[in-house]
Write a protein of this length. Structure first.
Length: 255
């Protein structure tokens, strides 16, 4: 998998904010790779599916990003895609950790590379039935166990699931059961490296081809999702958040 030391980059964002999960609102820079092993019908980053992209060596890529962070006073980056787990970011993360820069990652969880636990925040976005892809629950369970029993750099795991229909809610409950069981086990440990493990539900964006503002549609769907969650006793410890970036920028790329 890692025979090529170069990483294909789709885009390095200008300074922006994180739109989802436990770091929502945090000032950051997104490093978006080219290439994905999934082809989801509701994907908002289909431009990453092809084999194009600018090939960057680890040293060159890290130098360019460090300069951008220093210029704008940012101490956090997010690896995203596509699927960044297709490539070897091990040395890249070491460089940023050495500069006291927090590295987070967003991935669907289909591939668990050796370096994933080097990331301070790991966000898994398993695809529910409406996204028509394979489930990765066992991969995520194995990773939770790994960082629970070993000392790693991973301090937090977010699991975020976009909800489009009722079948997706049923899917999310399966993940909630795992999150609750893991958190009960973590509470029993006197020393723990993993500070939190949370499940986030968000509104799935079905207007991915629209060039117009979509906030009204997103807010309407968000209100419905909140209503469903608060009236469902089984969804007792989930976090319901909108995708903040869709409210502000819609489907605009590079933000």
């Amino acid at each position: 998998m890692y025979s090529n030391p170069e990483i294909p980059i789709n885009n390095i964002s200008e300074p922006t904010i994180q739109g989802e999960g436990s770091n929502v609102g945090r000032k950051t820079v997104f490093v978006r790779v080219q290439g994905c092993d999934y082809k989801c019908p509701w994907c908002d980053s289909k431009e990453t599916w092809g084999k194009s992209g600018t090939l960057k060596q680890t040293r060159e890529l890290s130098r360019d990003i460090l300069q951008l962070l220093k210029k704008h006073g940012i101490d956090n980056i997010v690896l995203t895609g596509g699927n960044p787990c297709l490539y070897d970011f091990g040395k890249f993360i070491d460089i940023f950790t050495g500069h006291h820069i927090s590295v987070a990652i967003e991935t669907q969880g289909s591939i668990i590379p050796y370096w994933l636990s080097k990331c301070e925040l790991v966000t898994f976005s398993p695809k529910p039935p409406s996204f028509e892809n394979k489930d990765v629950l066992n991969n995520i369970i194995n990773f939770i166990e790994l960082v629970s029993v070993n000392e790693t750099n991973c301090e937090a795991i977010d699991i975020k699931i976009p909800i489009i229909n009722e079948e997706d809610i049923i899917f999310a409950k399966k993940y909630l059961a795992v999150v609750k069981m893991a958190n009960r086990m973590l509470k029993q440990k006197q020393e723990k490296n993993l500070k939190h493990l949370r499940l986030y539900l968000s509104v799935g964006n079905t207007n991915i081809n629209s060039n117009e503002p979509i906030r009204d549609d997103i807010l309407e769907a968000y209100e419905k999702l909140i209503d469903e969650v608060v009236h469902d006793k089984e969804l007792d410890s989930v976090y319901v958040l909108p995708q903040l970036h869709t409210l502000v920028w819609g489907n605009k790329k590079g933000v």
